[in-house]
Design a binder for this molecule. Structure first.
Ligand code: FES
Ligand code: FES
Length: 162
């Protein structure tokens, strides 16, 4: 006796400038496919239920919890992960600000905060501290107490770059 046939479907999207055409089980999350099929392991997976935000990536420029989005829903989109932030192998201004402000300790949450900050600074290059606070409240950090993360986004905004 044979088991039920596994259904797979094709999905095409661009991740960090690279076009991907993959056949996936339609139940797989975007986070899982980014990590396992695209090799983009900078996207972390914590709670897998949409609470912690460490899996945050940008889909067509908007922050998305990649553990809650099915990979097939990424059809035709442009995805950006934390790996896209480096410029010619160097940290970008937001990443440098995180380093300089000690905005990471264990670092597990950091990719999600960097992508949130990237989206915020694109939309509002000079956000108020209150707006930064409101933005980063979307994600969980168990180590830093948030103040250094807010300081880092504020410093990156002051530097005039992401
Ligand atoms: S792993 Fe996606 S929100 Fe926690
Ligand atoms: S630095 Fe450890 S959870 Fe944020």
């Amino acid at each position: 006796m044979t088991g039920p046939a596994t259904i797979t479907v094709p999905v095409r999207f661009t991740a960090n400038g690279t076009r991907h055409e993959i056949t996936v089980d339609p139940r797989r999350s975007l986070a899982d496919v980014l990590r396992r099929e695209c090799g983009l392991t900078g996207t972390q997976v914590g709670c897998e239920i949409g609470v912690c935000g460490t899996c945050t990536v940008l889909v067509d420029g908007d922050p998305v919890r990649a553990c809650l989005m099915l990979a097939v829903q990424a059809e035709g989109t442009t995805v950006e992960t934390v790996e896209s932030l480096q410029q010619d192998g160097r940290l970008n201004a937001l990443q440098e600000a995180f380093r300089d402000a000690h905005a990471l300790q264990c670092g597990f949450c950091t990719p999600g905060f960097l992508m949130l900050g990237t989206a915020l600074l694109r939309e509002d290059p000079a956000p108020s501290r209150g707006r930064i606070r409101q933005c980063v409240a979307a994600n969980l950090c168990r180590c830093t107490g948030y103040t250094p993360i807010i300081d880092a986004v504020e410093a990156a905004a002051r530097s005039g770059q992401e």
